[in-house]
Design a protein around this ligand. Structure first.
Ligand SMILES: Nc1ncnc2c1ncn2[C@@H]1O[C@H](COP(=O)(O)OP(=O)(O)OP(=O)(O)O)[C@@H](O)[C@H]1O
Length: 613
């Protein structure tokens, strides 16, 4: 049970272990926003928050609640705030956007942040990367939309992945959170359909040409919006299908014609079984968050869709798998869906970006709520006027999410909540209210951990740390997107021991300061001795085919990458210049899992319980 589950206002007071590695707890009313002294080198609570965060300085701490919906300033209650939620949805305004030539470098994306990221590509005959969209013949319609989106130049994953996909190759691609993977699979799909004039009209039985699968409703909607922007005025029809919304309306949308279907697996299976969708014309299949899609929760459904329906087999369709994390075990499963594919990793697979400042604080379960309140109050104190910043708080269980949201609202903070037990309308309302800044705090399960691209998320707080480091990577990836910086704070205690080692490794590789007490946890053999899910090697993630089970001749020298021969894996800075090879023998060992355990070595139930659907 997460401590967030506790719905009483007063925490219980369990016996505390004497531990020098814990910050001194000071009650909120004594803090006055000042830094709290620590005895262990942990970051003082409430300090060092980015100045732009927070809303007003009028929120109330414990005991100062006015009740829900009756506060003021940032302390406005939830109902009032949600009622005022801005109806603005960026995509609705796309029509009004003008085409923008290269002004101020396009969007405020900081491309320098992505230079010199290591790139690994393996497979046969790898098409070389490009450095500009103009180098790829995407077609005038798509190019105009790229300009409308103010994408001036491709991100590293786009530079490498788009030429590979445009060459018709299957692809397994990993790149850091917020680095532009959506466009990397959307552009080749749109371009391919337009180029081959595969567009089809409406019919009772919908036969899309492209299928994009994602694990959550919100992510499917987001991809749908993106794909619609990219195919604006091209004549392509993009339709979304997801659970929780009336299927009849989605059927009507399909009847009007569909070229690209974006779907969650459950709703798609339902539609196929009702004989309203056929996959027999599929030429392009993309799995976003592919490792999650092939994880234990979704794999049977994905296999059903891809292998047991009428979808053309690998080779007859083009398959693209994308994620920020790709454990070897999942790579092995994924290989079933691919044909002669190229493995591409941009940045360390499963790494967090250096743009996210990560802090870990030792917080006992009983203290979590008040530490959270400290952080939020500190943000308010340090805020920059007129700048709005959002805070996403991850909690382990759905009950815990509800209880924490309620507690925050009772204490005068405008918070909303999202998890898989809420009805779809509540989920949508929560997300909209959060995005608009009306409720600048959102408490969530892992249902919000992957893929969501919400501007202005400045702070991700792991109130409860996840069981698996991959989930941590995706969660903190909700901030620090598209070259912007972000802050991630995690509350760590004895219950998170099994995560210590991989957390320290991740932080070190992202050049983060690791508290000495956390290092000590990581060094404990019983706690921190667990094997990281990542492979070894220079930046961790590698094509699992480079493991020792494979023969040397299974690999090719991808000539377009230079004059290197007799090597297996090619690595380059993101710029595409100066590729060099990793000799075969130095490739990362396979990341096999202990017999009987899942890939994390954790209890399945607790992972599933975190709110996916
Ligand atoms: N070439 C580009 N120029 C400017 N902005 C871009 C470019 N490509 C993508 N973006 C923007 O970057 C943001 C992140 O992109 P996207 O959501 O595709 O990331 P992602 O890699 O899929 O992240 P995640 O791993 O969290 O799913 C989006 O707001 C997107 O519009």
């Amino acid at each position: 049970m997460s401590w967030a589950d506790v719905s009483t206002d007063t925490p219980t007071n369990p016996t505390r272990l004497a531990r020098p590695t814990r910050p001194t707890y000071v009650p909120p009313h004594l803090r006055h926003g000042a830094a709290v002294a620590t005895t262990n080198g942990a970051t003082p609570i409430g300090s060092d928050c980015p100045p732009e965060q927070g809303r007003t300085a009028t929120s109330r701490g414990r005991g100062q609640s006015r009740g829900r919906g009756r506060g003021q300033g940032w302390g406005q209650g939830r109902e009032a705030s949600e009622a005022n939620a801005s109806p603005f949805d960026g995509s609705e305004k796309f029509d009004e956007l003008e085409e923008v030539e290269d002004t101020n470098g396009g969007l405020s994306i900081n491309f320098d942040a992505y230079e010199d990221i290591p790139v690994e590509a393996s497979g046969s005959d790898i098409p070389p990367p490009v450095s500009a969209f103009a180098e790829i013949h995407l077609g005038e319609g798509l190019n105009q939309n790229i300009r409308r989106c103010k994408y001036v130049k491709p991100t590293p994953i786009q530079r490498h992945a788009i030429p590979i996909a445009m060459a018709g190759r299957d692809l397994m691609a990993c790149a850091q959170t917020g680095s532009g993977k959506t466009a990397a699979f959307c552009f080749p799909i749109i371009c391919g359909i337009l180029r081959n004039q595969l567009s089809r009209g409406g019919a009772r039985l919908a036969c899309p040409t492209a299928l994009i699968l994602s694990p959550t409703r919100e992510l499917s909607c987001q991809i749908h919006e993106e794909a619609k922007k990219f195919s604006y005025k091209t004549g392509l029809k993009v339709v979304v299908a997801y659970g929780g919304a009336p299927i009849s309306q989605q059927f009507r949308n399909l009847e009007r014609g569909v070229d690209i279907l974006v779907a969650t697996p459950g709703r798609l299976v339902d539609m196929i079984e009702r004989a309203r969708v056929s996959l027999r014309m599929i030429k392009y299949l993309a799995l976003d968050e592919a490792d999650r899609m092939l994880d234990m929760g979704f794999e049977p459904q994905i296999r059903k869709i891809v292998e047991q329906m009428d979808m053309p087999p690998p080779g007859a369709r083009q398959t693209m798998l994308f994620s920020a994390t790709f454990p070897n075990e999942i790579q092995r499963l994924a290989a079933d869906f691919l044909s002669n594919y190229i493995f591409l990793s941009v940045g360390r697979v499963g790494s967090s970006t250096d743009l996210i400042v990560q802090r870990v604080e030792f917080v006992e379960d009983t203290d979590k709520r008040y530490h959270l309140m400290d952080l939020l109050q500190s943000q308010m104190t340090n805020r920059t006027p007129k700048k709005y910043a959002l805070t996403l708080v991850f909690v382990e269980t759905k009950r815990g999410v509800d209880a924490l949201e309620q507690w925050l609202c009772m204490n005068g903070l405008a918070a909303t909540a999202i998890h898989g037990d809420k009805v779809q309308m509540e989920r949508e309302r929560a997300l909209k209210s959060f995005k608009s800044g009306a409720t600048p705090i959102m408490v969530a399960t892992d249902v919000a951990a992957r893929g969501l691209d919400i501007p202005h998320v400045a702070h991700v707080i792991n109130f409860d740390l996840p069981k698996a480091i991959d989930d941590y990577v995706h969660r903190i990836g909700r901030t620090g997107r598209a070259g912007k910086s972000g802050l991630a704070t995690a509350f760590f205690n004895d219950g998170n021991l099994s995560l210590a080692k991989s957390l320290v490794e991740l932080m070190q590789e992202s050049n983060q300061e690791v508290p000495s007490w956390l290092n000590q946890y990581a060094e404990r053999p019983s706690y921190g001795g667990g094997r990281s899910r990542y492979g070894g090697g220079r930046f961790g993630g590698h094509d699992f085919r480079s493991s020792s089970q494979l023969k040397r001749e299974d690999y090719y020298s991808p000539s377009p990458y230079g004059d290197v021969t007799q090597t297996d894996v090619f690595v380059a800075p993101a710029s595409g210049e100066g590729y060099y090879s990793i000799p075969y023998g130095e490739a990362a060992p396979p990341d096999s899992y202990a017999a009987g355990s899942d890939r994390y070595g954790f209890d399945h139930g607790s992972i599933v319980a975190s709110g996916w659907d």
